[in-house]
Design a binder for this molecule. Structure first.
Ligand SMILES: Cc1cc2nc3c(=O)[nH]c(=O)nc-3n(C[C@H](O)[C@H](O)[C@H](O)COP(=O)(O)OP(=O)(O)OC[C@H]3O[C@@H](n4cnc5c(N)ncnc54)[C@H](O)[C@@H]3O)c2cc1C
Length: 388
């Protein structure tokens, strides 16, 4: 098989890149280790920045998001039982869209099917060869036989545990990492959200987040230890832990119900540099991870794809390598800003130690955020997403 761009991974990064390349008339094949149903069953991100929405529109897959997504003009932060609101609309004139990653992935898959572009699901033993040559190759097993794709470029969109980043010689890559001593225990339930806006909760017992996917489906998170066993968290225990962390109004409005999904996600900050190695370009979680506190993971995957799709379009239309040469530098400049914001929000909102000094500093910083127009504006700018 021969294609112009071989894309590894059918998560948001790979699917969106495939769709944008298709719009530019660039041939691409996606190789995905899992089945399509499995990819669609993963409950993950839910906050979509304006620039990501624009990119989904450009890819021709934004219609359902605009119809079913929830526009949020602000966010609420509850500190020790008292709620404060930060209005993005008033401070920076922008909003975000709440629309589940699962729905967005479905829209991208449907768009790809309509375009007739090939995705090979259940592709096993994917291996990258000759990435520093003009003719890179991918080998893999699918449908019970060994197969082979030659291409001009490889897009490594295969997430944090994928094969692409691991294919780079150790001396060519630098990794920067911080692992936090905590995780998020999340549940999805078929219950109306407790509020029209997300509520981030800072509480002495630990962080909580009241989020949603639709007017009838809620997503809640609790800070938990990394050693936590999901089996020891029946739904009743989750709700009982959540309630005391909320303010009185939220506690009264909270509708509990059976969970339809429950999982624990560890919190990690990670950046691999550079993001290009010869003909291999890393994008999304394959290159970087943010703790979910700032709602940036999916949006960063989209911004990498924006830079990469434009660079590849420029290469094929004008034979210019300028965009490809600058891809890593451009993507990383935005990545590090989102890393900083996500790290800052994580440090601000979680119970990270028993040290009273740390707690008082968190409270002082939150007080500054609520009182200072400049601090609130900086928060809003980062939360709604910086321009490309
Ligand atoms: C449990 C969890 C919860 C999250 N919650 C949030 C949140 O609330 N807010 C937020 O903003 N972000 C969240 N994120 C982050 C967000 O979901 C990711 O940033 C986003 O999915 C990145 O997209 P991606 O396409 O780069 O990677 P992924 O979505 O990870 O997609 C990579 C794809 O590559 C495939 N793959 C892996 N290895 C191979 C291989 N060897 N061969 C072929 N295919 C392969 C995988 O199966 C997968 O389909 C969460 C992530 C996780 C894991």
């Amino acid at each position: 098989m021969r294609t112009q761009v071989a894309i590894i991974g059918a998560g948001p990064a790979g699917l969106l890149l495939g769709q944008l390349l298709h719009k530019h008339g660039i041939d691409n094949v996606i190789l995905e280790r899992q089945t399509g149903d499995y990819v669609l069953s993963r409950v993950r991100a839910g906050v979509i920045e304006q620039v990501t929405q624009d990119l989904l529109d450009e890819a021709g897959v934004g219609a359902r998001m605009h119809r079913d997504g929830l526009v949020h003009e602000g966010v609420q932060i509850c500190v020790d039982g008292e709620r404060h609101r930060i209005s993005f609309k008033d401070l920076v004139g922008k909003t975000v869209m709440v629309y589940g990653q699962t729905e967005l992935t479905k829209d991208l898959m449907d768009g790809r099917a309509a375009a007739g572009a090939p995705t090979i699901y259940s592709a096993h033993d994917v291996a990258l060869h000759d990435i520093f040559s003009e003719r890179p190759r991918i080998t893999f097993r699918a449908d019970g036989r060994a197969q082979d794709i030659s291409c001009d470029f490889v897009a490594g969109c295969d997430g944090f545990h994928g094969v692409s980043r691991k294919s780079v010689p150790a001396g060519a890559i630098t990794t920067n990492e911080r692992v936090y001593p905590l995780g998020w225990l999340g549940i999805l339930s078929e219950t109306p959200p407790v509020s029209d806006e997300l509520i981030y909760v800072r509480h002495p017992q630990g962080f909580a987040l009241c989020s949603m996917r639709s007017p009838t489906r809620s997503r809640y998170y609790l800070q938990c230890s990394l050693a936590e066993d999901i089996e020891s968290w029946p739904d009743e225990r989750f709700w009982e832990e959540l309630k005391p962390r909320l303010d009185e109004e939220a506690r009264e409005r909270l509708v509990t119900g059976p969970s339809i999904e429950k999982s624990i996600a560890p919190l990690r900050s990670f950046v691999a540099e550079p993001m290009r190695f010869g003909a291999l370009f890393l994008a999304g979680d394959a290159a970087h991870i943010v703790p979910p506190t700032g709602a940036k993971g999916l949006n960063l995957a989209a911004s990498d794809v924006q830079y990469l799709s434009r660079a590849l379009a420029e290469y094929y239309a004008e034979k210019s390598r300028a965009g490809l040469e600058h891809y890593s530098e451009r993507a990383l400049a935005r990545v590090w800003k989102a890393e900083r914001f996500s790290w800052w929000m994580t440090m601000l909102m979680h119970r990270l130690s028993d040290n009273s000094f740390d707690h008082k500093i968190q409270l002082a910083e939150l007080d500054y955020l609520f009182r200072s127009q400049a601090a609130a504006t900086a928060f809003a700018e980062n939360y709604v997403g910086l321009p490309y």
